[in-house]
Design a protein around this ligand. Sequence first.
Ligand code: CA
Length: 241
Amino acid sequence: MKLTACALTDVGLRRKNNEDCVFADSDNGLFIVADGMGGHAAGEVASQMAVETLRDFFPPRQSPPENTADCLQQAFHEANARILAAANSNPAQKGMGTTLSVLYITADKALLAHVGDSRIYRLRQTRLEQLSIDHSLVAEQLRQGLISTEDARNSQMRNILLQAVGLENTIDIFCLHLAPQPDDLFLLCSDGLTDMLDDHQISQLLDQECPLDQLAARLVDAAKTAGGRDNIGVVVVKIAD
Ligand code: CA
């Protein structure tokens, strides 16, 4: 399966540091967005450690592991353990953590693994679908029917996460098996994009015939035009015909 991709991150307009870490390797089929949290630049450390751990588990130019799903889960648990250990041994990094959203595409299959409130979307034809679920308090309240979509968008608590990588001993990884089709377009992104743009705006930006680097740049620019309150991280992946 032929893939093209582009990864782009931007500090945004309000923050001093960029705690988002993005990664795309089309040859290897590995795509990652991690959005770190923690004071004293620890968020940057956490998101970078998560990405590095995934790259360790899926090194370039090697055939995919036999049980990809297990390997992907192991990589998440290892990232969790590494970040937790670093946080426990360095007071400045105490409490650091990161979201972690990964898409791994091999031959005719794809796997999604995810913890936190970054997102993975798929645009198929003209239909945009969020494939990941948000591990946030507001999303949980929405799932239980306690609040409306409108309430969720405006909630003061919308950045409260129910889980992240590196905070606790255990994580509950959301996994999904996918069958990609030619012309599918995947988007992995941090909440710096989705807090600024709704799904309709995102789908309009994605549904354009242009090179992926331009597509990624347009997403980032739109989030900044809308306020750019947070770091913005995006990875776009296109399945060729
Ligand atoms: Ca963020």
